[in-house]
Ligand binder design. Structure first.
Ligand code: NAD
Length: 297
């Protein structure tokens, strides 16, 4: 790989983006970063990331640009416009959008980029800040195979499971489906734990059984021991981001006319929990919340 191909720009140096930037640095890439927050830029600078003062500067110096931004509209604002990436990126470069974004936005941006010979992959990730820092993310990708091939070294540096799902937008759909499951599993596991306690068997004992039997999931095997039972609630993924994902999954279901009654209930409960659980709280806190006592019939 030529030296110039090892120049990567990372836009969004938050919980995920900073970990990815540090991983890429550790794997020998030259990493430039950009974030609206001076505090995040300072942290990234201290980790060895070269801070770009604006997006055009970052775009002109990178063969690959990784985005890690909160919402689809932030992704669009970063890519489009006179000062956006598409106006300044090198022909042949690839933008890897790891944000949990929207398929329609990804398809529009991929078409815009293609007109200028720039690749755009929707490549949302799973594995949290710990996976970003360790380079062990699962990455689910929508886009053209040639762009995936060009971005391979960067994708392989950031993740251990790099899955090309299909055309533009397919990565976003896969991510929303995955997170809808996690959001639902958190609710059903917390209900199962409450049932167990109410019936006189300590939750920890039933958790041990679930994890040795067929009711287990990543929520029971990872979230419960690591962030819930430990009392840590420091996963680095917030209630606000999970509410966003559940809302996007519900919007996708409405758009494609899918009738998903269980998921609709899960989406309603995640939304109602906003009364007691602020967006900044750890998303595992949903297991401490419930909609009140059983109504008598
Ligand atoms: P975060 O809020 O910690 O970081 C986002 C960063 O983007 C912030 O530092 C913010 O200042 C910056 N930013 C916002 N708008 C910007 C712009 N226009 N230009 C430059 N910088 C801008 O969020 P996060 O937890 O790192 O999540 C990032 C994305 O990854 C989200 O889409 C999230 O849904 C997804 N994700 C997060 C996790 C997790 O566990 N945190 C896991 C998987 C996926």
């Amino acid at each position: 790989m030529a030296n110039e191909d090892r120049a990567v720009g990372v836009v969004g140096l938050g919980n995920m983006g900073l970990g990815m930037a540090a991983t890429l640095l550790g794997q020998g890439f030259a990493v430039a970063g950009y974030d609206l927050s001076a505090e995040r830029c300072a942290l990234a600078g201290a980790a060895g990331v070269t801070i770009a003062h604006d997006l055009p500067t970052l775009a002109r110096g990178a063969a690959t640009v990784v985005l890690s931004l909160p919402l689809a509209r932030h992704v669009a604002a970063t890519v489009e416009g006179d000062d956006g990436l598409v106006a300044h990126a090198l022909a042949g470069s690839v933008i890897i959008d790891t944000s949990t974004s929207e398929a329609a936005t990804s398809r529009r941006l991929a078409a815009l980029c293609a007109a200028r010979s720039i690749g755009f992959l929707d490549a949302p990730v799973s594995g949290g800040p710990a996976g970003a820092s360790a380079g062990t993310l699962a990455i689910m990708i929508g886009g053209e195979a040639s762009h995936v091939a060009a971005a391979r070294p960067v994708l392989d540096a950031m993740g251990t499971k790099v899955l090309h799902v299909g055309p533009s937008g397919a990565g976003n759909v896969a991510k929303l489906v995955n997170n809808l499951l996690v959001a639902s599993h958190l609710l059903t596991m917390s209900e199962a734990m409450r049932l167990s306690e109410a019936a006189g068997v300590p939750a920890a004992d039933v958790l041990m059984v679930v994890n040795a039997a067929s009711g287990r999931s990543a929520v029971s095997e990872v979230n419960y021991p690591r962030w819930i039972e430990s009392g840590g609630f420091d996963s680095g993924f917030t209630m606000g981001l999970m509410r966003k994902d559940v809302g996007l999954a519900a919007a996708l279901a409405a758009e494609v006319g899918a009738n998903l009654p269980m998921s609709e209930l899960a989406a309603r409960l995640w939304s109602e929990s906003a009364v007691g659980l602020a967006d900044g709280e750890d998303f595992n806190r949903i297991t401490q919340w419930h909609p009140g006592p059983r109504s008598s019939s």
